[in-house]
Design a protein around this ligand. Structure first.
Ligand code: AMP
Ligand code: GLY
Length: 429
């Protein structure tokens, strides 16, 4: 049996690493993969990114199942394409992926179905957007519509910041979007207070299998300071996702979403990620939907998965998720992202990485997942923003944090930056 994982980040490295344990497996192809997936036993990189060429490859190699990591190919319709060609693939259709690819679609969908989320209004015209901000006041949140890799969101603490964000995201009066491109749109949202958590489930169109909870660290700096990033580290399980919060998230967010998508003729299949805001009053609101696993959440989550991932995916694709259960390592997993110089603005690439553990040094309770690396003249070099995610398992958050940070000590590349406090919200105070 051969499998194909699409993507090149840490999430895809973790997916492929996890799938490599499948009994009876011949190979996991990773397209295009990175230097980490190239070195891993059981994995093989293939240098293809074009969607038609990926379908050709899956057909020629008789790939049993394809799993899509990132949102871009999903939003471009890779699942529709594979299905039309009779190829098995796990992910949402292009239509269903709008839950992530269009903030406007997601917000309107949530209001239609009574799913708790921040109050909002959508604008494509500057003057009315400015007027709305003046009327609402700050803090307030401005989001560009469309995929923005975590960078299209401004949490404005002052009205001035909000106005400046609008000027950046919307064209001036009389100015039009370049021909062929979509009209720019922003969603302006009520600011939600509380603690965030990542709630990720598998969906087969109808049935839902929740994965272990996790918490990301979106800001670049210690103590949650500085600009938003794609995520600087994560751990699982998230303390804040109590059994009550879990039940509420399922009942008020996940199940109505899955039912609503089916009722609207866009049955949702794939990983579904709800970013939760958990209020002090116990309320649970949806900050956003993603139509995929989180990165870096996938790294600690998959490290804790004791069930066979392929069996879960295979049941999901067959519409039989109700027949399987996932079991989780009781320990805590925690991953620290090592980011490139200048991340998140314009990450520098090409820096040589030293001190990476050798494949033979692999241990059961830690793994260095590659997020953005490539091979150059026999050396591993940085190839993007979030370069590595050093992930470890331990009996509690404190011990796991120590273990992960100890593993980082030997690893170096110029300009390397990382947070020193991953897991801080789960630490005894
Ligand atoms: P998003 O891309 O929608 O997940 O937004 C990125 C980050 O911005 C979230 O993880 C939150 O930290 C923050 N954020 C987004 N929307 C809100 C909101 N309505 N209230 C407070 N913070 C928000
Ligand atoms: N870590 C946040 C995300 O994957 O969107």
């Amino acid at each position: 049996m051969k499998l194909l994982v699409i993507g090149s980040g840490g999430r895809e490295h973790a997916l492929a690493w996890c799938l490599a344990k499948t009994p009876g497996l011949q190979k996991v192809f990773v397209a295009p993969g990175n230097a980490g997936t190239a070195a891993e036993r059981g994995l093989e990189n293939v240098a293809i990114t074009d969607l038609d060429a990926l379908a050709d490859f899956a057909e020629e190699e008789k790939v049993s199942l394809t799993i899509v990591g990132p949102e871009a190919p999903l939003a471009a319709g890779i699942v529709n394409l594979f299905r039309a060609r009779g190829l098995k693939i796990f992910g949402p259709s292009k239509e269903a992926a709008q839950l992530e690819s269009s903030k406007d679609f997601a917000k309107r969908f949530m209001s239609r179905h009574g799913i708790p989320t921040a109050r909002f209004a959508s604008f494509s015209e500057r003057a009315s957007a400015h007027a709305y901000v003046d009327q609402q006041g700050a803090p307030i949140v401005i989001k560009a519509d469309g995929l923005a890799a975590g960078k299209g969101v401004v949490v404005a603490m002052t009205v001035d910041e909000a106005h400046a964000a609008l000027d950046r995201m919307l064209p001036a009066e009389g100015q039009h979007a370049p021909q062929g491109s979509r009209q720019a749109q922003v969603v302006i949202e009520e600011f939600l207070e509380g603690e965030e958590a990542s709630f990720i489930v598998m969906v087969d169109g109808k049935e839902v299998l929740p994965l272990a909870s996790s918490q990301d660290h979106k800001r670049i700096g210690d103590g949650d300071s500085g600009p938003n990033t794609g995520g600087m580290g994560a751990y699982s399980p998230a303390l804040v996702v109590t059994p009550e919060v879990h039940a509420k998230a399922m009942r008020e967010i996940i199940l109505p979403t899955v039912r609503g998508m089916a009722a609207e003729g866009m049955p949702y299949t794939g990983f579904l990620y709800a970013g939760l805001m958990i209020g002090k009053d116990g309320s649970v609101k949806t900050v956003e939907f993603n139509c995929r696993l989180g990165d870096p959440e996938a790294q600690p989550i998959l490290m804790r998965l004791k069930s066979d991932l392929f069996t879960l995916l295979d049941h999901a694709v067959a519409g039989k998720l109700d027949q399987v259960e996932a079991s989780w390592d009781r320990r805590v997993a925690l991953g620290v992202v090592l980011a490139a110089a200048n991340y998140p603005a314009t990450p520098r690439t090409g820096d040589v990485i030293s001190g990476l553990p050798k494949a033979s040094e692999d241990s059961h309770d830690s793994h260095v997942f590659h997020g953005a690396t490539s091979e150059r003249d026999g050396q591993t070099v940085t190839a993007g923003g979030r370069v590595l995610c050093v992930t470890a398992l331990g009996d509690n958050v404190k011990q796991t944090q120590k273990r992960a940070y100890n593993l980082i000590i030997g690893i170096h590349f110029d300009g390397m930056q990382y947070r020193h406090d991953i897991g801080h919200r789960a630490m005894p105070r």
